[in-house]
Design a protein around this ligand. Structure first.
Ligand code: ATP
Ligand code: MG
Length: 405
């Protein structure tokens, strides 16, 4: 788990602001849910035999003996809240987004942490593939906006309860004939979670399954048509993508459209965002039978990809240096007035020499410096120095607020 330190927090704020701005253009409003939920919520939605539920959750009993879990992802909590607060009506689309910490007990490494942050969006209530394309367009737009181009969108369809069971059986049969070369993890899970084998990063598992049957070749008519339409709309909107028939998401609730944004800049942590459709999820949690689609972006991985010195420190507009106690008091009042007017003003509070104060002004990167001493207090005039080129101009202290705002 990491502290986000002041020298990088600017990058975080930039990402958060960009997401809020762009998502609101597409009609998404923010929802904030607690970081803690009943464990049962995640078991029922993400699925008992997934990596997350099997081994990655921070689960503990609270003082009343209830099993609680720090949320490992954002979709299930948002659906829980929608049901509990009756947030959606039929025949509309509800668009919600969230930003916040998620928790998974993983082996920490670059781009993989135990507390990490996601920005996510969920569009609920529409089965039409137009909404799939909209959500992907918004994701594409966000990455353009933040200036990360080294990512590509991969899409797939995971079918639905009509076509997937049959495909799943065929896949298990296929895997049964090739168990020996598979890694021990895949040998263990090929019956409970056969699709995950296709997604395994172990080279031997990849080689052994190159010609495995693909879900997109076994879609039912409705799913096949849905996927064709998603691709058509992406083409219409000029969102670049490729189809990755082996892509499997690690959560049980996904059906039909699934996708990942991948990069080759982060080693094996190659996914920066991922998501898909979860048409049966709300109903399975006790809500109305509403379809939905969403994604989550991993913030830490974006921060790693972005230039880290994106001007994150608060650079003052003005540093006021003062000579003597009376001047320091006047400087203090002036600084406070300027701050109230929205000017980033700074001063020294340690009674340092003028020379030391000027050194600090320089180091702070302040755009202007103002020196106040007895003479300036008497005349009400002072020299405003522009730090970039050293030019000075005489200013009236009582006109300073006006001048700098
Ligand atoms: P991975 O295959 O990398 O484990 P995942 O499929 O578990 O990813 P999702 O649950 O789809 O990931 O989460 C969406 C995004 O959240 C990921 O693409 C990634 O950017 C980010 N993410 C997931 N787990 C972590 C983590 N432990 N630390 C940092 N970021 C993470
Ligand atoms: Mg994972």
């Amino acid at each position: 788990m990491n502290d986000v330190l002041p020298d990088v927090v600017g990058v975080w704020q930039f990402l958060e602001q960009s997401a809020r701005e762009i998502f609101s253009t597409y009609g998404f409003t923010e929802i904030r849910t607690p970081v803690l939920e009943k464990t049962e919520l995640f078991c029922r939605s993400i699925g008992e035999s997934t990596d997350i539920v099997e081994k990655e959750m921070y689960t503990f009993a609270d003082k009343s003996g209830n099993s609680m879990t720090l949320r490992p992802e954002g979709t299930a909590p948002v659906m829980r809240s929608i049901i509990q607060n009756r947030l959606v009506a039929q025949d509309t689309v509800s668009k919600l987004c969230y930003i916040g910490p998620m928790f998974r007990y993983e082996r920490p490494q670059k781009g993989r942490y135990r507390q990490f942050h996601q920005i996510g969006a969920e569009a609920i209530g529409v089965e039409d593939p137009k909404i799939d394309a909209q959500v992907l367009l918004m994701l594409h737009h966000f990455f353009n906006r933040i200036g990360i181009n080294a990512v590509s969108l991969e899409i797939n369809s995971l079918g639905c309860p009509v076509c997937r069971p049959d495909y799943r059986r065929q896949l298990i049969q296929y895997l049964e004939q090739r168990l020996e070369p598979l890694c021990s993890e895949c040998q263990r899970r090929y019956q409970t979670n056969p699709l995950r084998v296709l997604d395994c990063k172990v080279e031997a598992c990849r080689t052994a399954t190159v010609d495995a049957p693909a879900m997109i070749d076994h879609l039912c008519g409705a799913c096949d048509q849905h996927f064709t339409q998603v691709r058509r709309y992406l083409d219409l909107l000029k969102v670049p993508y490729s189809v990755n028939a082996r892509m499997v998401r690690g959560l049980d609730y996904y059906v039909r459209t699934t996708f990942e944004l991948v990069t080759d800049q982060l080693g094996s942590q190659n996914a920066v965002a991922a998501g898909g459709r979860y048409d049966g999820l709300i109903e399975s949690l006790g809500g109305p039978p509403l379809p939905g689609i969403g994604f989550a972006i991993g913030l830490e991985r974006l921060v790693l990809m972005l230039d880290q010195d994106a001007g994150s420190l608060a650079v003052p507009d003005l540093f006021i240096a003062a000579l003597g106690d009376a001047a320091a008091e006047q400087a203090f009042v002036l600084m406070s007035q300027l701050q109230m007017q929205g000017v980033r003003a700074e001063m020294d509070f340690h009674g340092k020499s003028l020379k030391a104060q000027m050194r600090r002004a320089d180091k702070s990167g302040a755009i202007h410096t103002l020196i106040i001493g007895d003479e300036e207090l008497r005349s009400g005039q002072a020299q405003l120095k522009k730090m970039a080129d050293g030019t000075q101009s005489s200013v009236r202290l009582d006109a300073l607020v006006e001048m700098l705002t």
